[in-house]
Design a protein around this ligand. Structure first.
Ligand SMILES: NC(=O)c1ccc[n+]([C@@H]2O[C@H](COP(=O)([O-])OP(=O)(O)OC[C@H]3O[C@@H](n4cnc5c(N)ncnc54)[C@H](O)[C@@H]3O)[C@@H](O)[C@H]2O)c1
Ligand SMILES: N[C@H](CO)Cc1c[nH]c[nH+]1
Ligand SMILES: [Zn+2]
Length: 432
């Protein structure tokens, strides 16, 4: 992991450090375009071919039925079932509190305006399952989709070596009341949900994190104007701001937790002491050697870096420029930093709040914007699964109040028919 001194960095250096672009971005975009094209033209057959090519499985059937899901779910160990139940309850509680009704507003006497939420009718959820199957993502997407009232929920996840999925994912499907899991991964799953195939229904909006193929595919189907997406939620990242109150062992554990997701994950350390950086790097070496996914995490750590700052103002300036998916404030003095946070997907406060808690069970959503998109996007929430429709009603009194304003503005724009729609009503003797 490289170490930089903040005061040695120019504005351009900082911009470059904050870029997540990788050398093979263009080739990924090219292969994703080809995959989307093949799914559009060959449908289910393309999904079977890609399952064989990328997931190394021959699929007769592209989905698991309710009975198959029940059979797989029955194999879940009791402790895992209880842990999923706890996570489910916490995530549900947090997301249910996001449901709200807006007040009607009378902008002028007799002119009422309001908004009502309606669920997006058909949504697609992508549950990663390449190097690790993520049932937690199923909860993070399925719970808000159901709470929002989405009627059709299509779920895709890559097939595992036995051509099925694992018991944890199957149990989540049961908890959520989802009766089918489509066995498709990567860009081909995204294309299937965007365009539809013989088996996979097309949806209006696609949700979920994934590797660079998945994220690129979501961006391409969005650009094609065919479907909406939640956000670009690609390779995981974390930025830890640590001071003298932090524990190097805890900080190292948090950095490694995101590094183990993929070789292209990033784990950034910002600290106000060189000794703290050195000790944390030592801890990383120590803890890394014990990890089953040490090869993946080690590569991600090589792609990561530390920045030595003189004070927390510099630390916050760097963090806001980087706009991390996850920001950990590993300091007892986190309260005073909160107002300075401008760009971050999700924030973890203090030395006893590991990011893993949010990944699994505290209640917040773990599907979050990466690659600097936290400058403009929020993570998944109930809002992601609804649209808000505006309504208005104008009474006779309201028509008299607002009419002349609209007539004058319509005339100013030279749009006579707009003006007439008011005038004809004002002239009518009873007002309607
Ligand atoms: N931002 C977030 O909110 C968030 C949340 C959870 C996970 N993640 C990220 O999700 C990702 C999960 O990645 P994963 O790979 O384990 O699972 P994945 O399900 O995203 O991708 C697996 C699929 O990628 C496709 N693929 C693999 N190699 C390919 C190739 N050479 N060409 C074309 N397609 C190929 C295959 O179809 C495979 O089924 C990680 O990067 C992790 O950091 C992000
Ligand atoms: N850290 C991931 C989001 O970037 C979410 C996750 C799922 N499982 C473990 N972690
Ligand atoms: Zn994680």
């Amino acid at each position: 992991m490289k170490i930089y001194k903040y005061t040695d960095l120019s504005k351009q250096n900082i911009e470059e450090l904050c870029l997540r672009q990788l050398a093979d971005d263009a080739s990924i975009a090219k292969s994703v375009k080809a995959i989307i094209g093949k799914v559009k033209s060959a449908g289910d057959q393309a999904l079977r071919d890609y399952a064989l090519q990328f997931d190394k499985v021959n699929l007769d059937q592209l989905f698991l039925t309710k009975d198959e899901i029940a059979q797989i779910a029955s194999e879940i160990p009791d402790d895992a079932r209880a842990a999923i139940d706890t996570a489910y309850a916490n995530i549900k509680k947090f997301h249910a509190a996001q449901i709200s009704q807006e007040a009607k507003v009378e902008t002028m006497p007799g002119v009422s305006c309001w908004r009502e939420a309606r669920a997006i009718a058909r949504v697609g959820l992508y549950i990663p399952g390449g190097t690790a199957v993520l049932p937690s993502t199923f909860l993070m997407l399925g719970i808000p989709a159901i709470l929002a009232g989405c009627q059709e929920i299509v779920v895709c996840s890559p097939p595992q070596q036995n051509g099925k999925t694992n018991c944890f994912l199957a149990y989540c499907a049961q908890l959520l009341g989802i009766e089918k899991i489509y066995l498709a991964g990567g860009a081909q799953a995204i294309a299937a949900m965007a365009f539809g195939t013989e088996s996979v229904p097309e949806v209006y909006k696609i949700f979920g994190p994934g590797n660079r193929y998945v994220t690129q595919a979501k961006q391409q189907v969005l650009a094609s104007g065919i479907t909406a997406i939640d956000m670009p939620a690609g390779p995981s990242e974390v930025l830890v701001i640590a001071d003298e109150t932090a524990s190097p062992a805890f900080v190292a554990a948090d950095l490694l937790a995101q590094a183990e997701h993929g070789t292209d994950s990033q784990a950034i350390l910002i600290a106000n002491s060189a000794a703290l950086i050195t000790e944390t790097l030592q801890q990383i070496e120590l803890q890394l050697s014990e990890l089953p996914r040490k090869d993946i995490a080690a590569q991600a750590i090589v792609n990561s870096y530390a920045v030595l700052v003189e004070n927390m103002t510099q630390a916050m300036a760097f963090s806001n420029a980087y706009a991390p998916e996850h920001l950990i404030l590993a300091t007892d003095h986190y309260e005073e930093l909160i107002p300075q946070i401008i760009n971050a997907g999700s924030v973890f406060l203090g030395n006893l709040t590991p990011e893993s808690a949010g990944d699994y069970a505290s209640g917040t959503n773990h599907t979050l914007p990466t690659s600097g998109f936290a400058k403009a996007y929020s993570g998944v929430s109930i809002d992601s699964f609804i649209k808000k429709i505006t309504f208005q009603h104008i009474s006779p009194q309201g028509l008299t109040a607002i009419g002349p304003t609209v007539e004058i503005l319509a005339a100013a724009e030279g749009l006579q028919a707009h003006k007439n729609a008011i005038t004809i009503r004002l002239k009518s003797s009873d007002g309607y």
